[in-house]
Design a protein around this ligand. Structure first.
Ligand code: NI
Length: 198
């Protein structure tokens, strides 16, 4: 077990297409996943992709804290009433694939362990379906919206050499996290589709 060094924006490992894993059950895959979990725990993020620890392979780990698995927009019909938000447990994904659902996009803030100290408002697809293999080689599938969909898109982008600033279309909404957090209310809070005004 080891805490691994996190690659920062500018390092070429973050900008290449990561390799598929042929055998998710291989012991070296479990070993890197263990180190990724320890590294994420130490760094304090919610997700980590293997290229961020200098391993150019298609592995992502993430979790969604309770209270953040709801839709980003205040009001939205969740899948079900009383869809109370217990978050998503730590999920280990080998060879994840995303299918975009619909055309709707939302804009919200993101940060990244490979872009330390910064944050930016990034457009993302509002709803996705995603599929991955477990460490046993089993195929799993989930649907996601809101912050959950955003986090999965962000992490899987790392496997294709894409960092969140490369997805931004308004760099005036990119800055040092402490400044942005202090001034968030001064920036027009991103909200591309005003739902019916109260
Ligand atoms: Ni990231």
């Amino acid at each position: 077990m080891a805490i691994l060094k996190i690659a920062r924006m500018g390092h070429p490992v973050l900008h290449r297409i990561a390799d598929e894993i042929d055998d998710p059950a291989a012991p070296e895959v479990s070993a890197i996943v263990r180190d990724m979990i320890e590294t994420l725990d130490d760094a304090g993020g919610i997700g980590l992709a293997a290229p961020q620890v200098h391993v150019p392979k298609r592995i992502v780990i993430f979790f969604i804290p309770a209270g953040r698995d709801g839709p980003e927009a205040e009001e939205d019909e969740g899948d079900e009433e009383g869809d109370e938000d217990r978050g998503i447990d730590l999920t280990i994904m080998i060879n994840p694939k995303i299918q975009l659902l619909g055309q709707e996009t939302t804009l919200d803030w993101e940060a990244c362990l490979s872009v330390p100290g910064m944050m930016g408002a990034v457009p993302r697809h509002a709803a996705i379906r995603y599929r991955w293999q477990t460490l046993d080689g089993e195929t799993m599938e989930r649907q996601a919206d809101g912050f959950h969909a955003r986090a999965v898109q962000h992490e899987c982008d790392h496997l294709d050499g894409i960092l969140y600033p490369m997805r931004m279309d308004d760099l005036s909404l990119f800055g040092f996290a402490d400044e942005v957090n202090r001034n968030k209310d001064l920036l027009a809070r991103p909200n591309p589709e005003p739902e019916d005004e109260p």
